[in-house]
Design a protein around this ligand. Sequence first.
Ligand code: SF4
Ligand code: SF4
Length: 179
Amino acid sequence: MQLTNRAQQVVQKEMTLAERLYLPALFAGLSITIKHLFKKKATLKYPEVKREFAPGYRGQHVLKRDDEGRENCTACGLCAVSCPAEAITMDAAERKAGEEHLYREEKYAAKYEINMLRCIYCGLCEEACPKDAIYLTDRIVASEFTRGKFVYGKDVLVEKMDDRIDVSQRKKHYSIVNN
Ligand code: SF4
Ligand code: SF4
């Protein structure tokens, strides 16, 4: 019984001299290579040249400070609770007299850690944050050789006042997506 009409008779014909020297296959391969020389390249010379990310790209987190340099995070724990990967841990502490210039509210995160190997960059932490404190940025998490180095503490996450991270595009993207 014939199921399709695609059956082909295999013919074992004698190869020509050119075929025996692989010439047609060589020229076919070379023509593909030459064609690609004149095409726009799909790759970039990273890290010298970087590809522009989509506005919704979610990379390394930042813990924001306000314009006076005080940390916005109040260690409420909502980001940790909303994190499906259980990547966030923190210890809360009470602000002492004289520390008003460091922390915006009376409670702050004495320790705040994100395990970047657990994180799935879903962005739920920034959605849950009521204090405008945590955002995902377009920064790339650097490669490391040991697992421990992927646990980022406040020294990495809190933004530096001399190197502020603009999250206005991120906020704009959120308002477009959520409205
Ligand atoms: S981006 Fe998602 S997985 Fe990563 S820390 Fe935030 S909530 Fe957790
Ligand atoms: S980052 Fe936001 S949600 Fe997380 S503990 Fe700080 S204030 Fe709360």
